[in-house]
Design a protein around this ligand. Structure first.
Ligand code: FAD
Length: 338
């Protein structure tokens, strides 16, 4: 959508530096900042009946929730879309043309500017160093710029969420997990425009990013920790998966200087934790998005603001997302973490 204003007027799976799955938000109003939304579509490629069953279940839920344009596609249609795929084991897939990518920095700036326009004051370069709790209620926040008296605090500190929760004496099961992305050098052997392709047999997924191809894969050997350096050994691992599904990618050049790593903020069931802390009133969590946080951000903002102002969310029933689900054994299921 480029310089056009982003409109979340139709259900879309938005995505940024790679990734999306089944969450979509349906907002009827126009949100007023560009997000560089590029609706290139998502193409899920299945190689087993188990994958197809997963896609069927997703498809049913998506349609029930209003996303009507997800289609099943045959192997032939998949190959027509991306002829460079190795397709001998592909049995089908799904395609949604309004899935796509956004620029996460623009999304963040949009939220910040909108908040400011509505009277919020933003303190940049300010660290939260303590949360004061009195009689089971939030009373204030200690920061590197001084104390703020408040009865409501939203923990939105990403991979650092459990450290911040601990300041209020609360255990929050969110751990940092490194996630690495590898762009190729300019590569012209794939179409100039094609959807993001998700190879369900390995989890390898790729898409075009300008003249380059962005390669992504969730390494199951990765271990939790605040690791943000890129591991050069990852390149061979991901290129093996890439070349297996897209043989011409064997010829792609990769510059390690362009590869990068960041932190996912993982929960035990890979679903977000949204809601008030059971033991500290006024402490709200917007945490643990497990790699889906950009997609979930419009809905999260609305849910959390409604929880604070009205005590319940109108967008969806937020209770299943509460942190108490872990203690009560009510884990949610999410098998599609890319
Ligand atoms: C490589 C990679 C690819 C990804 N791809 C996608 C994708 O395609 N789609 C998608 O939806 N999501 C994706 N994600 C996940 C997404 O980036 C996160 O889910 C999202 O950024 C979480 O947003 P957040 O605001 O909760 O946390 P963050 O964006 O991490 O922001 C938390 C902020 O809190 C600050 N903070 C921490 N502690 C303190 C403190 N004590 N005081 C003050 N500030 C503090 C941090 O400095 C940080 O600025 C990806 C992540 C990575 C690493």
């Amino acid at each position: 959508m480029g310089g056009v204003r982003a409109q979340f007027a139709t259900p879309v799976n938005i995505e940024m530096s790679l990734y999306s799955i089944n969450f979509f938000a349906h907002f009827d109003e126009v949100v007023g900042h560009p997000a560089d939304y590029r609706p290139h579509g998502y193409l899920f490629v299945a190689t087993s009946e188990q994958h197809m069953n997963h896609l069927k279940a997703n498809h049913e839920r998506q349609r029930a929730l209003g996303l009507k344009n997800v289609e099943f596609v045959t192997r032939e249609e998949i190959v027509k879309t991306v002829p460079q795929l190795r397709a001998d084991d592909i049995i089908g897939g799904t395609f949604c043309p309004t899935d796509g990518f956004v620029d996460p920095h623009s999304v963040m700036m949009g939220f910040m500017l909108s908040a400011r326009e509505r009277g919020a004051r933003l303190w940049l370069d300010t660290e939260v160093v303590g949360i004061d709790v009195e009689n089971g209620r939030v009373a204030g926040v200690e920061t590197s710029r001084g104390r703020v008296e408040t009865r409501a605090v939203v923990n939105a500190s990403g991979a650092w969420a459990s450290d911040v929760a601990r300041m209020a004496g609360v255990d929050l099961p969110v751990v940092p997990l490194r996630r690495q992305l590898v762009p190729t050098e300019p590569f012209d052997q794939l179409p100039s425009r094609f959807p993001m392709v998700i190879d369900m047999s390995t989890g390898f997924h790729f898409r075009r990013e300008g003249r380059r191809i962005l390669l992504a894969w969730n390494d199951p050997e990765e271990t939790p920790g605040f690791k943000t350096e890129f591991d050069p050994a990852f390149i061979e691992k991901i290129l093996t998966r890439a070349a297996s599904r897209v043989p011409c990618l064997e010829e792609a050049e990769v510059n390690t200087q362009r590869a990068w790593a960041g932190l996912y903020e993982m929960t035990p069931d890979h679903h977000a934790i949204i809601g008030e802390a059971p033991s500290v009133s006024g402490l709200f969590f917007a945490n643990g998005f497990s790699g889906h946080g950009v997609m979930h951000s419009p809905a999260t903002g609305r849910i959390v603001s409604e929880l604070i102002l009205q005590g319940e969310a109108s967008l969806l029933d937020a209770k299943p997302l509460g942190v108490e689900r872990f203690a009560e054994g009510r884990l949610l299921e999410e098998t599609s973490v890319l």
